[in-house]
Design a protein around this ligand. Sequence first.
Ligand code: BGC
Length: 452
Amino acid sequence: MKKLLILALVAALALSMAPAALAAKNPTINADDLNFEAIIDDTETAGTVNIYHWWTAGGEKDAIESVVNEFKGIYENIDAKSNPIPGGAGGAMVMKVKVLAQTGKSPEAFQAHPGQEIQPYLDAGLLLNLNGLWEYGELEDRAIPSIVDMCTASDGNHYVVPIGIHKTNIILYNIHVFEKYGVAIPDHEDITWDEFWSLCDELAAKMPEGEYPLDLGDQKGWPACQVFENILLGTDPKLYQDFINGEYNVDDLTKVMETYTKLMDYVAPDHNSRDWYHATGAMVNGTYAMQIMGAWAQPLMTNMGQEYGVDYGVFTFPGTEGWFGMCVDGFVVSNNSANVEGGVRWAYSVCTQDVQEYFSGLKESISPYTDTPDDVYNALTLHFKEQLMDGNTKVYPSITHGTAIPWSASTSLQTQIQEYATSTNHDAAYYANRIVNILKEAGVKGDWNLVD
Ligand code: BGC
């Protein structure tokens, strides 16, 4: 009797939990069942949209807030919640999304770099196909040509709506530090390796103890990897192409790492105790003369009251003249969130002209769309845009920022390169071997054609 009572109680408990457990799992929506035009045009429906992104540094934070505000302006009844995942470069996002998806709480939309970075989501069947949105928004016609290919997934479909582009192969420098120590600033942006090394030598000789020519700010690993990819392309673009296609050898990579070792002589020894934006702040304060970082450091400089051409300047990373390292930001939409249609509305909003104007101005990024007017840009972003649009410029996808190699390989590489940069002896051959092993284990195999 007692046993029967216990069984009945267990059954009742199971029944009472069942609806909650079922409610936690949202259905997976197939894009073929959606009318994108009707969803996007419907500005009345209420709901909540959870947006995940990694824009937490000065400037980039303002930029995403402007998108949220614009979104609320279009879809007044939708509560758009911005969820920042600090870290930069997207490293923490994949894990976060995985955990959310497993607990039935997929975000409506989240930031992603197009290319290899979205493959794990695709493999797990988590993303909504956005071909319908691309068609409705005429993105193939509006997007600048080099973007369309990068935003086409391995299965030929579109899952990402691009929001902005940054150049990755630059060095920012503090003009006042150069002036203070009487180091002549080259009158050209495209410096050679020889010029770079002599600037480093001169700065190192003249800067007092505790100040350094360079800093990495690689507490999170990826900024050290960013330097690696710049050196790789700056050594030989064909080497870069082979690397991301999965063709490499220890000898070539040892040469790349030897250059890195030479560069480490000029870097602050406690470089990995800071994040990239702390390093930018310390460069502005004059502790470091230069920082190798992507152009997303610009809005941070602006936030700190720095003016391009007056307080800071940029060099092209040595050896990468004529090349434009592409870091493309975008948003993807989960196909099993609580509000898939809300996710579609968010993704659409990021490509609208108004959002593009606000966002590009604040993020100081290049709009992926040809119809964004040039007057939204400051002088430096416009300069980068002109470089990107110049028919003679060659573009290459970033390794560190998700596009060029599989996510697992990219994150392992970031950890490995950070370990290399932090090690005391910077053993080039040893780390070249480790890098080769990472690529082998991840089975990197691409078909990029950059150099022809
Ligand atoms: C993103 C940039 C961002 C940077 C630092 C990169 O991966 O593409 O938009 O500013 O990380 O957070």
